[in-house]
Write a protein that binds this ligand. Structure first.
Ligand SMILES: NC(=O)c1ccc[n+]([C@@H]2O[C@H](COP(=O)([O-])OP(=O)(O)OC[C@H]3O[C@@H](n4cnc5c(N)ncnc54)[C@H](OP(=O)(O)O)[C@@H]3O)[C@@H](O)[C@H]2O)c1
Length: 266
């Protein structure tokens, strides 16, 4: 099949592209670095010619809720419009478990993702939203964003992180179902999660240790109603979520064993 992967150069998108290409599918990567800016609309309609399914794994790093809403809203709207014109069968969008239960204004990125869900489902092309819990990579991303010195404040919250490879597998499976006509509703939503509930601070400590970084991780209570809901598990897998992929420790061993082994033998 011919599939367009929006954000196909990113953490998740590149794995989706790898999997599709490995089995011989025709893949179009939609990213600014490949000449397609979905927000500006540059190159989008040409890129979608003959495409059956669009998988949306785009993201940015922004400072405010408004920037995230503008970005994700524009991506969803522009993909819908261009996909409708190109005769695309379905748009598969990666989102995040539980974000619609948070209310607006609590977390900037999640405000954007809620806008993306709303805008894609407001379009005429059928949709499938795959909501995943935080990735195993999340703790390391948090260190990169937050830890500027030896002390790192970390939200006191449970997480049920998932392997990004398993997320890519599920996106590919959903694209297959969409192309094969196996999805009976025009508005499909599914939740996936990793196998274990852990405390975010423990994962951050484990990644810091694996990186050989001395970091004192200080769990903090973030203020506000949204943060309270997160502490009470709104971002955890709901009962009907599909549990996929390996554990955080398995991922950590895989992710850091090779670089560490290379560093100690060179
Ligand atoms: N991190 C988590 O724990 C987690 C959990 C569940 C779901 N998610 C969701 O997963 C999605 C993907 O995250 P990720 O970490 O894989 O993202 P990422 O690595 O930051 O990749 C983002 C992709 O979007 C592309 N992009 C950005 N602006 C664009 C534009 N204007 N036009 C076209 N392409 C554009 C980037 O390519 P260029 O820069 O070349 O344009 C890149 O390919 C996000 O929407 C996130 O909300 C994340």
């Amino acid at each position: 099949m011919r599939v367009a992967v929006a954000g196909g150069t990113g953490l998740v998108g590149s794995r989706v592209v790898e999997r599709l290409r490995a089995r011989g599918d025709e893949v179009v990567v939609l990213a600014r670095s490949t000449g397609v800016d979905i927000v500006a609309g540059t190159g989008l309609s040409e890129a979608l010619a003959g495409v059956e399914v669009v998988v949306d794994t785009t993201s940015i790093v922004a400072r405010s809720s408004q920037e995230y809403v503008d970005f994700f809203g524009a991506v969803a709207r522009h993909l819908q419009t261009a996909a409708a014109a190109a005769g695309v069968h379905r748009i598969v969008t990666l989102s995040i478990v539980g974000i619609d239960g948070l209310g607006g204004g609590a977390f900037a990125h999640y405000d954007g993702k809620n806008a993306q869900e709303r805008e894609t489902e407001a379009g005429t092309v059928p949709t499938a939203i795959l909501r995943a819990t935080q990735f195993h990579d999340f703790a390391g991303q948090l260190i990169d964003w937050v830890a500027k010195g030896p002390l790192m404040p970390c939200p006191k919250q449970p997480v049920q992180t998932v392997d990004v490879g398993a997320v890519a597998d599920e996106l590919v499976a959903l694209a297959d179902e969409a192309a094969g006509g196996g999805l009976t509703s025009d508005r499909v939503r599914r939740d996936i999660a990793g196998p274990e509930r852990r405390l975010l601070a423990d994962l951050v400590r484990a990644v810091a240790k694996a990186r050989g970084r001395r970091l004192v991780v200080v769990p903090v209570w973030l203020p506000g109603e949204g943060a309270r809901k997160v502490r009470h598990g709104v971002l955890q897998a709901p009962p009907d979520a599909k549990i996929v992929g390996g554990t955080f420790e398995e991922w950590l061993a895989r992710e850091y064993a090779e670089p560490l082994r290379r560093a100690t033998t060179s």
